[in-house]
Design a protein around this ligand. Structure first.
Ligand code: FEO
Ligand code: CA
Ligand code: CA
Ligand code: CA
Length: 600
């Protein structure tokens, strides 16, 4: 057996070695291809992409920038819809000679607004393989672009509340656009839940808001001392609503989970206020034992929290009108993790405590249920709009940047990707976040009481403490570390049909490119983590999405070429088009050349 060896079960591929190559590298026996690239036409009347002749009008009809979450909706055996988030724009790579938002042309700012949001595109299967291709001809009636300028609506308990009202929308019901949509999930009724993450970066004028509001801006990472934060895209130069001094509530209209129906291009996207407001990484769903809908969520900032929402009513298969109200009524909880080892054994080094495991028990603390607040001194509306403040007050556990939180459909456990936290001190180390200056992150596994997603209590343990396996402060679920791949900065998770845990990374602090990994979570191979692919220079790996037939894996290759000092005149990546081309964020598909299941 060589490095990585061969596992029991069906994961038999030879791991990809860590590298810094400017390409998408897959294991022997597999192939990959880009499916849809930044600038590819989405609407049938979109022009072809031209890097040196971009317009906002064209971008609003073309595939947006920085693809992130990917969802796949089969329309029969050989057709499907792909939903893709467009998290953010990187103007320094999109435009030649770009310096900052203040010097940008208004057209560039409008292009950036149109490059955000999401896309729905139609795919067709190529031959009988796991390869899927973009449909580029015909009516493509589902194809759609959502941008930072798409009309949306609020629903749920905070909709229409004073905190969501603005001059342009005095009823507080009709927000415009979505921003920084990172990851997401899907619902059992076939819609997308897309998560607004770092919305704080789009606003200026934080120094000019009413005094009473400043504490909330600060808590959500917005400067209250400068008019123009450095690096601002200056969206306010084309839309005044991004100036907080003039429109202090506009920012409260971002930071939500947005529900979008990919099969209805005319449907208005819905911001679901019952799921709270924070730097939402994602929202992934499951059902309680008695059939209520649960959404698990992370707030991806340092020392933020893990949440879940549980609907009041049950999901009823096929009863669409009823189901589409489930995300408006229910209870929002935040997680508290308690370790079972003495505090003095958790010294921040990452060395395991005497019982050999980072583990313990925990509870879901209720914050708000409809109009009822469980948080002293805060109304239900305040809990939903200023959810971070509410979670602070109830003593939730401050985590190392909670990214994806997702329930494994096979074993029922919940996996939390905690990507890193450079700011945690040794004194702040706890059993659930045991490393100070946590560079490589960890993955936490939660088993809820009676394995019921509706439970209020749970057991937890760290399944992975990431890094170079030769580093003693790493842990691979107890597996032989000489046989695993190094991993750093877990971000998104997914599961195949066997319940194997797939993990994509963002920001590899080991000096190699990011990638996609897989690890069994049960049996003798539990902890046997292997790298399945690597992405090109400067990119992070998003998605991932494994199709239900296990024949294809989609990854969103986000920000290829985003390295220090790279510009269109000196690009650090030429992926996917090669030659001297500009890098283009793109969704790629990987399949086995002989039609085997992914991972075999
Ligand atoms: Fe956009 Fe938390 O990654
Ligand atoms: Ca312990
Ligand atoms: Ca992410
Ligand atoms: Ca990330």
């Amino acid at each position: 057996r060589g490095h990585g060896g061969w596992g029991q079960g069906s994961l038999r591929f030879t791991p990809v070695a860590p590298n810094t190559d400017d390409k998408l590298t897959v294991p022997d026996g597999y192939e990959s291809a880009p499916v849809v690239r930044w600038g590819d036409p989405v609407l049938p009347d979109a022009p072809a992409f031209d890097f040196d002749d971009q317009t906002a009008e064209a971008q609003a009809k073309q595939f947006g920038y920085n693809c992130d979450f990917v969802a796949f909706f089969p329309l029969g055996a050989d057709r499907a819809l792909l939903w893709v988030n467009h998290e953010y724009s990187d103007e320094a790579l999109m435009f030649r000679g770009y310096t900052d938002g203040t010097a940008a042309t208004e057209e560039q700012i409008k292009i950036a607004l149109a490059a955000h949001g999401g896309s729905v595109v139609e795919l067709e299967r190529a031959g009988r393989s796991g390869r899927w291709k973009l449909v580029t001809r015909g009516r493509r009636r589902y194809n759609r672009r959502i941008t930072a300028q798409t009309p949306m609506r609020f629903s749920g308990p905070a909709a229409g509340g004073d905190l969501l009202k603005t001059a342009a929308d005095p009823r507080g019901l009709r927000p415009i656009g979505m921003l920084n949509n990172c990851a997401g999930g899907t619902t059992p009724w076939g819609t997308v839940l897309t998560a607004e993450e770092n919305f704080n970066q789009y606003f200026v004028g934080g120094n000019g808001v009413p005094e009473a509001q400043k504490q909330y801006l600060t808590r959500y990472g917005v400067s209250t001392t400068t008019a123009i934060p450095s690096g601002s895209r200056r969206f306010d130069r084309v839309e005044e609503r991004f100036d907080l001094a003039k429109h202090p509530n506009e920012i409260n209209r971002f930071g939500w989970i947005v529900e979008i129906d990919p099969t209805d291009p005319d449907a208005t996207p819905i911001k679901r206020t019952a799921l709270g407001r924070f730097a939402h990484e994602a929202a992934t769903t499951s059902l309680t034992r008695d059939g209520r809908l649960v959404a698990y969520m992370g707030d991806d900032s340092r020392f933020e929290y893990v949440y879940k929402f549980v609907s009041k009513d049950r999901y009823i298969p096929g009863f669409d009108r009823h189901n589409r109200g489930l995300l408006d009524e229910g209870t929002l909880y935040v997680a508290k993790f308690t370790g079972d080892s003495p505090k003095e054994e958790i010294d921040g080094s990452g060395k395991a405590p005497k019982d050999g495991r980072f583990d313990g028990s925990g509870e879901w603390i209720p914050l708000v249920s409809g109009d009822k607040s469980y948080v002293q001194g805060m109304s239900a509306e305040e809990v939903l709009v200023y959810t971070r403040v509410a979670a602070d007050k109830v003593g939730a556990t401050k985590m190392d940047r909670p990214e994806d939180v997702e329930r494994n459909p096979v074993n029922g456990a919940i996996y939390v990707a905690l990507t890193n936290n450079s700011n945690r001190t040794p004194a702040q180390a706890d059993e659930a976040n045991p490393r100070a200056a946590n560079k490589h992150g960890h993955v936490l596994e939660i088993t809820e009481r009676r394995n019921d997603a509706g439970a209020r209590t749970f057991a937890w343990s760290l399944a992975l403490v990431c890094g170079d396996p030769n580093d003693p402060a790493t842990y691979f679920a107890g597996f032989d570390k000489s046989k695993v791949s190094p991993i750093s900065c877990p971000d998104n998770v997914a599961f195949d049909r066997e319940g194997n845990l797939w993990i994509s990374t963002d920001g590899n602090a080991l000096g190699k490119n990011d990638g996609l990994f897989v690890m069994p979570v049960s049996g003798r191979d539990r902890g046997h983590l292997r790298q399945f692919l690597t992405v090109p220079v400067g990119a992070e790996t998003c998605g991932p999405l494994i199709t239900r037939d296990d024949k294809s894996v989609f990854v969103a290759v986000q920000h290829p070429g985003e390295t220090d000092g790279a510009t269109p005149d000196a690009p650090s990546s030429h992926w996917p088009d090669g030659g001297e081309s500009q890098p283009r964020p793109s969704v790629a598909v990987v399949w086995h050349t002989r039609g085997r299941n992914i991972g075999s």
